[in-house]
Write a protein that binds this ligand. Sequence first.
Ligand code: BT5
Length: 235
Amino acid sequence: MAIRFVEVRHLESTTSTNRVVAEAAAAGAPEGLVVVADYQTAGRGRLDRRWEAAPGDALLVSVLLRPGGLAVERWHLLSEAAALSASAACAAVAGVEARIKWPNDLQGGEGGAKLAGILAESAEGGVVVGMGLNVHAGPPGAAVLDNLAGRRVPRWDLLSAWLAELDRRLDDLEGVADDYSKACDTVGRRVRVDRGAAGVLLGVATRVDSSGRLVVRPDAGSDVALTVGDVTHIR
Ligand code: BT5
């Protein structure tokens, strides 16, 4: 049994747990450092977006991974492992089915509102994987775990379930690749993909390939494999 996550630092307030862990990585911290905060003044999403959570309402956590032998093209497996582990933690601790939206979101409830987001960033000699999960409250329109569970879910139970599952999954990245493409709720759905300057694509998501790309069969033309892009489930 792996025991990566032995050092957990809890901060009442910080800028961003991803930033704190990246700074620790630059200072030589070993794999497995965990930083969890009650509040972030500058929580980050992808592409310079913000992650919003009022004090004490969310699980805000980042871990440092140093995937020595893993080729950079396979680092997507680390955030896939984090998403699978988050979904498993919601099921085990809260009895809630949280679905994975490609590439890094958890959705909950009928309308598929966003329950959690995962942000993986490269750092000195490794990767920081951070997660924000709305536990007790969230911004307007977001999904909230307590509401889905119908009771108050303890944040630290979720944290320990997530870390235990992530620890296990990181030892079996082949299994992660298989399980992620099976579990990803985007696969099989009709999607709209906003590709910025490249325009909007409408089609059906057919699979996640071995490089972590979402393969979309457009209404017209041949398959497109996406590495980035904002995907909306149409149905
Ligand atoms: C993400 O980005 O979903 C990744 C979020 C990662 C946050 C964690 S918190 C701990 C760690 N430390 C950090 O600084 N970050 C990580 P993205 O896919 O770009 O989604 C961001 C968008 O989600 C925003 O532009 C909002 O529209 C929306 N959003 C912001 N806060 C939200 C919340 N609490 N619940 C649901 N949606 C939210």
